[in-house]
Design a protein around this ligand. Structure first.
Ligand code: GAL
Length: 377
């Protein structure tokens, strides 16, 4: 299986943690369809940790879904999710136990891959806790990668080793389609800033087939749920979504999609921003200078499949900034006779035509997401 674009979907962990069950999953599937999330591209519904019984089945060695949370088993849940047109994801871990202490897949990789395939799983998030210290991470991820590739079903393999042990150096050998390049997110601006700035180190690793995963989105959590801390302002959530989209991270929603407010929907359903994330060329962004050399004001550009240029300015400092972006840096020299016509993807506003330099004003913790068309000057 080859995965060509950053996966999009929903994951249970950020809001619900261990409080998951069949009705939550069904209601979430319904909400993803009814709120337009599926139409916008959010196709995976992923159950994270805490879905299993504490012991495997003694006779078959298989994992068993929690009888109280999932009384009809996982195949029934997968069938419902599929009936709504969505794809179904689950979670396991390369260690003896998952991070929350449920059975992990160590030494059961082929049995578990087979079980997931029989249940109708389309996506597996695979964590990094409780692994025997004698075993190296790359081998453990390769074991599950190989098991999934031979289980008879296309299953997107989402590695979650938080960037530990130089994951970037070996992850592409494992068959993973995405890999967590950061530690865990929490619902705060400090966390968004920390994870976003860390991506500088990994921009060259990202690419088609194996995407850098900056962790699930916190947009719309508003300070409530399993990884809640202080919450963010609407502006900060917009910036968070912009950075994740621009850097090509998977877009996995983490809020309760059954109860989204209008501001949350406006962010998560912005088709122009999603299009930057899902651009078919999937090119690496490049730095186009930053505000007076300030590392916390990245000014990035990215060439899109149709010849347009995406420009992202992200303000992680605590005051307004107004950086310049020179056309020269974008690849348009003065003698070319070319200019750019620029649209603001959050406001929908046409900003006009620029021949030399473009200057943008970005409020504290804000972001500009622009799409520039190359035209004759
Ligand atoms: C962490 C992982 C989180 C979540 C959690 C479940 O290691 O990074 O995203 O899956 O485990 O216990």
């Amino acid at each position: 299986m080859v995965v060509k674009k950053p996966p999009m979907g929903w994951n249970s962990w950020n809001t619900f943690g261990a409080n998951i069950d069949e009705s939550l999953i069904k209601e979430t599937a319904d909400a993803m369809v009814e709120n337009g999330l599926l139409d916008a591209g959010y196709e995976y519904l992923v159950i994270d940790d805490c879905w299993a019984e504490r012991q495997r089945d003694k006779s078959t060695g298989r994992m068993v879904p929690d009888h109280v949370k999932f009384p009809h088993g996982m195949k029934a849940v997968a069938d419902y999710v599929h009936s709504r047109g969505l794809k179904f994801g689950m979670y396991s871990c390369c260690g003896n136990l998952t991070c929350a202490g449920y059975p992990g897949s160590f030494d059961y990789e082929f049995i578990d891959a087979q079980t997931f395939a029989e249940w109708g799983v389309d996506y597996l998030k695979y964590d990094y806790c409780f692994r025997p210290m004698t075993q190296k991470g790359d081998l453990l991820y390769r074991r599950m990668g190989l098991a999934l590739a031979n289980c008879g079903r296309d299953i997107c393999f989402s590695a979650c080793s938080w960037g530990a042990d130089q994951t970037n150096e070996w992850i592409k050998s494992t068959g993973a389609h995405l890999w967590r390049s950061t530690g865990d997110i929490n619902d705060s601006w400090a966390s968004v800033k920390e994870l976003a700035l860390k991506q500088y180190d990994y921009l060259t690793t990202n690419g088609q087939g194996c995407f850098n995963d900056m962790d699930m989105l916190i947009v719309g959590m508003n300070g409530k749920g399993n990884v809640a801390v202080s919450g963010c302002t609407e502006e900060e959530y917009r910036t968070h979504f912009s950075v994740w989209a621009f850097l090509g991270s998977p877009l996995m929603i983490g809020c309760d999609v059954r109860n989204m407010d209008e501001a949350t929907k406006d962010i998560l359903l912005n088709k122009d921003i999603i299009a930057i994330n899902q651009d078919p060329a999937y090119r690496q962004p490049f730095a186009c200078g930053n505000h007076w050399g300030h590392r916390e004001v990245p000014v990035l550009a990215k060439y899109l499949a149709d010849g347009d240029i995406a420009i992202g300015v992200f303000n992680f400092v605590d005051c307004q900034v107004d950086p310049f972006i020179s056309l020269d840096c974008l690849g348009i020299n003065r003698s070319s006779g070319k200019a750019i016509s620029v649209r603001d993807l959050w406001t929908g506003e046409d900003l006009g035509v620029f021949t030399d330099v473009l200057r943008v004003t970005v409020p504290q913790h804000g972001a500009k997401m622009l799409r520039a068309k190359v035209i004759d000057a």
